[in-house]
Ligand binder design. Structure first.
Ligand SMILES: O=C(O)CCC(=O)C(=O)O
Ligand SMILES: [Fe+2]
Length: 353
């Protein structure tokens, strides 16, 4: 295998600033994906908007039930939804985006202190390169393992901006509570015990990763993707979008749709591990990001994962005479997913029975 895992000669941000034409290894190759051509402006996706307060408590029981069925329907068709009334104010979210923006605005010399090390996914840089012909993404990112707290590698955590660590730490706490609420609501929406999913994700070991991404303006958005098509390996992903520009697209029934930006909503998508646990009832959607000629885009993605040492598999109550078991059990899906990717296999297909 050609590993060639070196950090980029030039970051996407530098190329964008210098007005470089994207090098050939960034050019979208339709034959390298089964997900169709690159479309910069497909139709907007009518992604359901879910009111989180109504999922938890509502004076009217029917009101809660109707929001829970909306959640189930959203996750079994689109695999994602826009969460509103999550308790985080517009100014709070703006501050989170702002600290990430200030990090990316620092001179390269300063950001270099957090550079990803060869062979590791953590740190500032771009995607690991596994093969010579891997198409590159037009983005720069900082990837951090945030929880468990005692596994943080602080050498990758920026000290500049000086409020970076504190801001991300606080945001983590808030994202954690929102994710517990969503895991419980998903269980209720499937008529399961409320802690049926949350016990794997939040009760014993908390695993949370953060990816802070900059998609700089790209001179040729028709030829270059910001992030190639993939599904997340997470349980759920909580994404804070840039209110200034769209870019995220989801695949549904073989067609691409643009995800609308709702200023103070969190975009929540299911990851593969929840598709497995729900025995395929809920979907982990394939998604990608397109670039924009004039505008840069910043997004903040938080990924919840179960304890890598524990097996996960379809919940027993979702396997019955009417619905056979669709997936095997799997441990450490992150590593499994990575191995599948290197073999050119889709991890979700590899765990199918
Ligand atoms: O930046 C985005 O909008 C999506 C990011 C994403 O899909 C990911 O990091 O897995
Ligand atoms: Fe993703």
């Amino acid at each position: 295998m050609a590993t060639g895992d070196s950090l980029p000669a030039k970051t996407a941000q530098q190329m964008s600033t210098d007005g470089d034409h994207p090098p050939s290894k960034y050019i979208f190759n339709p034959t390298s994906t089964k997900f169709g051509p690159l479309q910069t402006s497909p139709p907007f996706a009518p992604i359901p908007i879910i009111d989180l307060t109504r999922l938890v408590s509502s004076p009217d029981q029917n009101d809660q039930q109707s929001e829970l069925s909306k959640l189930r329907s959203a996750l079994s068709t689109w695999g994602c939804f826009q969460a509103v009334n999550h308790g985080l104010s517009d100014s709070y979210l703006e501050n989170v985006r702002e600290v990430i923006k200030r990090f990316f605005e620092l001179p390269l010399e300063e950001k270099r202190k957090c550079f990803r090390e060869t062979g590791s996914v953590e740190g500032y840089g771009n995607d690991m390169t596994y093969s010579e012909n891997q198409v590159q993404d037009w983005c720069d990112r900082l990837f951090l393992r945030i929880l468990p707290e005692d596994q943080r590698k602080l050498r990758f955590w920026p000290e500049n901006p000086s409020d970076f660590r504190e801001t991300i730490n606080d945001y983590t706490t808030k994202i954690k509570s929102i994710s517990v609420l969503i895991f419980e609501a998903m269980a209720k929406s499937l008529d399961l015990e409320a802690n049926c999913f949350s016990k794997h994700f939040t009760e014993e070991v908390d695993v949370l990763q953060g990816r802070f991404i900059l998609y700089p303006p790209c001179p040729t958005p028709d030829e270059v993707l910001g992030l190639k098509a993939h599904s997340d390996r997470s349980g759920i992903t909580l994404l804070l979008q840039d209110p200034g520009v769209e870019g995220l697209q989801v695949l549904n029934d073989g067609k691409w749709y643009m995800v609308p930006v709702i200023r103070d909503a969190l975009f929540i998508n299911l990851g593969d591990q929840m598709q497995i646990m729900s025995n395929g009832i809920l979907k982990s959607p394939v998604h990608r990001v397109v670039t924009n000629k004039e505008k840069g885009r910043i997004s903040v993605a938080m990924f919840t994962e179960p304890d890598p040492k524990k097996e996960i598999g379809p919940v027993d109550a979702l396997v019955d005479g009417k619905r056979a078991r669709v997936y095997k059990t799997v441990k450490n899906y992150a590593v499994f997913n990575h191995e599948c990717f290197q073999k050119g296999v889709v991890a979700l297909d590899a765990v199918k029975i």
